[in-house]
Ligand binder design. Structure first.
Ligand code: MRU
Length: 356
């Protein structure tokens, strides 16, 4: 199957020609990258839940899109089985409840599912089949709007990049983590289109190596000059003045501008501050969470010990050792140079009000 690293992290596939519903959710299995490009066709809510939980689909916007499509899929299947409107609404609600338990930190998951619940409520007067079509269209719209937001983030972010600049990034906030283009990597793609030569330092991102497995792979496929470093090398690389700017994504931005992102991001922000390097957080407004006042209120996912002690099949720590494995950390607004969303570039404390 043809694959562009800037697209197809998650896709809605109608079962029959002529309409959107019923449909299935096609997910690029990111746990197999970079060795294998393989897709899963999810046909049950549980399969979508498992794909999100086990990071087959990951990155805040892509998680939201997958969940919205999973909910639409359940609704479409109910209509296809002959359910009346109330049955379709119940299927949507039940799938949304299940999917909302897959991961706790990325607010896009909850945002996308709320949007699906809202679309269901607003269209509850429709016949079952029309409602199913409408919900599939809503999930597709969430995907398409994400692609447009990421493109706009790229346009804004690219204004900060000049020919020859070098960007450091952490984790993967590229096309794989979104519908297309990514957030932190979008300015790199746009700048490259504009003819600027931009290079990227990718932190490998322990323990699950999203930087090594995904960012390096994605950028190489796109023809971007990328250098992989271990997380512990970032300070040295900054001290050597190899980095002009840091771009990272976010899983949730609190009302005060504090931003949660992959574990290790906070450390990178501190290093950037110590070396006088600008540090930007790039995210669509679907990652902004007005209901969460500050970073301390953001729920931080803890992952299984095995991801640290025997990630990728080889034991690298003594059996029985105690492990603490938070998957995300919070960078305080005070050390974020700016937040870049589809509306523009804002000081972190103003981003929430100026997002429109
Ligand atoms: O655990 P992951 O791989 O889902 O974590 C992903 C990140 O931390 C990304 O930086 C974030 O979701 C932004 S993706 C545009």
């Amino acid at each position: 199957m043809a694959f562009s690293p800037r697209a197809l992290s998650v896709e809605w596939v109608p079962e029959r020609p002529g309409g959107l519903w019923p449909g299935r959710v096609r997910i690029l299995d990111q746990t197999k990258l970079p060795a294998e490009v393989d897709f899963i066709d999810a046909t049950t809510t549980e399969q979508v839940w498992e794909a999100i939980r086990s990071l087959r689909v990951r990155g805040a916007p892509a998680i939201g899109i997958a969940a919205a499509m999973g909910a639409a899929m359940a609704a479409g299947q109910a209509a296809d089985r002959g359910a009346v409107t109330v049955g379709v609404l119940a299927a949507l609600a039940s799938a949304a409840d299940t999917l909302s338990t897959a991961r706790p930190t990325a607010v896009n998951l909850f945002w996308a599912l709320d949007r699906m619940r809202c679309a269901a409520r607003e269209n509850s007067a429709l016949a079952a089949t029309e409602l199913a079509e409408r919900l599939a269209a809503e999930a597709q719209a969430i995907r398409d709007e994400d692609a447009a937001m990421c493109r706009a983030i790229g346009e804004h972010g690219a204004t900060l990049l000049k020919d020859g600049d070098s960007v450091l990034t952490h984790c993967n906030a590229g096309g794989l983590a979104t519908a297309e283009f990514g957030t932190a990597l979008a300015p790199v793609y746009v700048a490259a289109e504009q003819g600027k030569r931009i290079s990227v330092y990718a932190d490998e991102t322990r323990p699950l190596l999203q930087g090594a497995r995904l960012t390096a792979w994605e950028l190489m496929h796109a023809g971007v000059d990328v250098t992989l470093i271990c997380d512990s090398m970032a300070a040295h690389v900054m001290k050597e003045r190899r980095v002009d700017v840091v771009f990272v994504g976010a899983d949730r931005i609190a009302a005060n501008g504090d931003a949660a992102n992959k574990i290790g991001t906070y450390g990178v922000a501190l290093l950037a501050r110590a070396h006088g390097i600008p540090f930007y957080v790039l995210a669509p407004t679907s990652t902004f969470d007005l209901a969460t006042p500050n970073g301390a209120a953001i729920p931080i996912e803890e992952r299984a010990a095995e991801e640290v002690t025997e990630g990728f099949g080889r034991r690298t720590a003594p059996g029985g050792v105690r492990v603490y494995s938070p998957a995300f950390d919070v960078t305080p607004a005070e050390i974020i140079t700016g937040i870049i969303c589809e509306k523009g570039i804002f000081p972190p404390k103003e981003a929430m009000v100026r997002r429109g």
